[in-house]
Design a protein. Structure first.
Length: 180
């Protein structure tokens, strides 16, 4: 028997693996992003818009020699386009060394530490025909934090061939669109 299996057997109150999320706010709702996916938090900066992109892609910025697409989370989840202010933030995220993406949010809230078993499933909730954007909910005393399914979001907005094409079926290469 493995050490973790033995530990669970010895402690019937085991609540699963500890998870940490950085929480962001969009439209007064908190969303959690796995802390291991967060690379940095930046203040808002103007983006270079790209033609023929989805409305939730605000454009791109140049970040240390890389082109970083900016996802307007408010627009992506169907709450309208963000009206930008200096208070907005860009959270740079990526999965296991993959392509980085900036997520535009109203603000960063705090760090949330919880156990895996405290994350309530939303599998039975119809999230429409797109990707399952929310993977679970953590219910705290006075608030609920929706955990973003970053894998599904990035899989939805990033092309499978690594070409960084954000159009609706075109074959646009980002490096041709902006000066790097």
């Amino acid at each position: 028997m493995s050490a973790s299996a033995q530990s669970k057997q010895d402690n019937p109150m085991d609540t699963g693996e500890k998870r940490q999320f950085l929480t962001i706010v969009v439209e007064n709702q908190e969303y959690g992003i796995d802390i291991l996916s967060v690379k940095e938090i930046r203040g808002w900066e103007e983006t270079t818009p790209l033609p023929n992109t989805q409305n939730y892609i605000r454009g791109v910025i140049h970040l240390r020699g890389e082109v970083l697409p900016i996802l307007d989370l408010r627009s992506y989840i169907g709450l309208g386009t963000t009206t930008i202010s200096k208070a907005h933030v860009i959270m740079v995220v990526s999965l296991e060394g993959g392509i980085a993406v900036g997520i535009l949010a109203d603000s960063v809230s705090d760090m949330l530490s919880t156990f895996e078993n405290d994350i309530l499933s939303v599998q039975h909730v119809d999230q429409g025909c797109g990707p399952k954007v929310i993977s679970g909910i953590v219910c705290l005393d006075s608030r609920n934090v929706e955990i973003l399914n970053l894998h599904a979001i990035l899989e939805d907005i990033l092309p499978q061939d690594g070409n960084l094409d954000f159009s609706q079926g075109g074959n646009t290469v980002l490096e041709d669109k902006i000066a790097v």
